[in-house]
Design a protein around this ligand. Structure first.
Ligand SMILES: *Cc1c(COP(=O)(O)O)cnc(C)c1O
Length: 364
């Protein structure tokens, strides 16, 4: 049997009529950048996340960049984050001129180890970028306490965590600013690139909206160095259709994860678990196995798609070698980068596909 790692054709099959109607009408409107469809999406998405404000942008990376700029981050500042993430989290910090400072993660959750934060704080530290990796929120209570004590801003990179909850609060509504990606492979994906920024802070929201669109209170009059990070209306039209399904899709992902968790029985490796006080949205379902390359080859040879998230942690990537981290500076992060394997989990996975993956894993 062939089980793809991910298959958007199945989702497209279900949404075809609705999606094509909305995208065509957006095309015919000739309002291609920002406009009413984008504003509608901003309202819909802020309602879904539970924040007062939302700004739609062109990518999740731009969302992070603007969130950092809204917090006043720039050259000479330091921003604490994790190395176990997609590189955009870290590169967006570099775009501002600030220096990323890495803390390790917990081995059992792969999320920011808050016990490591305080020793990395100095008088240049301005913010913490928390990553809700794989679809599960980091331990926000402890992180918020530290941020409050040292007067640091918190940005939640929620690119993998649409609708994930910590103590019943949505990812992206807990810190000062939340950022999202709508890259097609994310739990909520556009027909191309997209991103959003959520906040309850009016001042941040205004700053973000200015920076997104050339900071022009009046057309062709510009207040500061700013960007073209606008969202296309066709992406907003897609997202307005798909947002109606996100709760159902999340339930489907959770159902598959629960099946994996109760039926995968193999003492050779460990698997993704849900932490207390969390609502995991299972963007990624992980196995952890010292000899993961063997498991990866075995699954691929039997028709099952797999992935690594992420094989090289940020602090060991070429552009960050100048920061001077050495091998073993972040031992848990490095261990995960060598042992993590992602197996298929997407809402349209069929029952027999899930069963097949489980059978292969139990027989391994
Ligand atoms: C996808 C992703 C991003 C970047 O989003 P883009 O829309 O691809 O720019 C940032 N952070 C994390 C954790 C991601 O998974």
């Amino acid at each position: 049997m062939e089980v793809p790692y991910f298959d958007l054709h199945r989702q497209y099959g279900v949404l075809k009529n609705d999606l094509e109607k909305k995208v065509l009408s957006s095309l015919r409107s000739t309002q291609y950048s920002l406009g009413p469809e984008v504003e509608l999406f901003e309202n819909n998405f802020s309602y879904f996340i539970g924040t007062n404000y939302c700004t739609a942008v062109n990518t999740g990376t731009s969302a992070l960049h603007l969130a950092l700029l809204a917090c006043g981050i720039g050259a000479g500042d330091e921003v604490i984050t994790v190395s176990m993430t997609f590189i955009a989290t870290v590169m967006s910090i570099s775009y501002t001129g600030a220096k990323p400072v890495f803390v390790d993660v917990f081995e059992d959750t792969q999320l920011m180890d808050y016990r490591n934060i305080e020793k990395k704080i100095n008088n240049r530290t301005k913010a913490i970028v928390v990553v809700h990796l794989y679809g599960q929120c980091a331990e926000m209570d402890s992180i918020k306490k530290i941020a409050k004590k040292y007067n640091l801003r918190i940005i939640e990179d929620s690119s993998q965590a649409h609708g994930a909850k910590f103590n019943n609060f949505n990812a992206g509504s807990i810190g000062d600013i939340g950022t999202f990606s709508f890259y097609p492979g994310k739990n909520l994906g556009a027909s191309g690139e997209g991103g959003a920024i959520t906040t309850n802070n009016k001042r941040f929201d205004q700053k973000i909206k200015n920076l997104r669109n050339w900071s022009q209170p009046k057309r062709y009059y510009h207040n500061e160095i700013s960007f073209n990070y606008r969202m296309d209306s066709i992406q907003a039209a897609t997202l307005n259709v798909k947002l109606k399904y996100i709760k159902k899709w999340t339930n489907d992902r959770r159902r598959i994860a629960k099946t994996y968790q109760s039926l995968i029985k193999n003492s050779k490796f460990s698997i993704t678990m849900e932490n207390p006080n969390n609502y995991h949205v299972y963007h990624i379902f992980s196995l952890f196995y010292k000899r993961r390359n063997i498991l990866h080859k075995y699954l691929n040879a039997n028709g099952v798609g797999t992935n690594f998230h992420y094989p090289v942690p940020a602090h060991l990537q070429k552009p960050y070698q100048k920061l001077g981290y050495k091998k073993n500076d972040l031992p848990i992060t490095e261990k995960i980068s060598k042992s993590q394997l992602s197996i298929p989990i997407f809402p349209e996975m069929k029952k027999n596909e899930v069963e097949y993956v489980i059978k292969l894993l139990n027989n391994f």
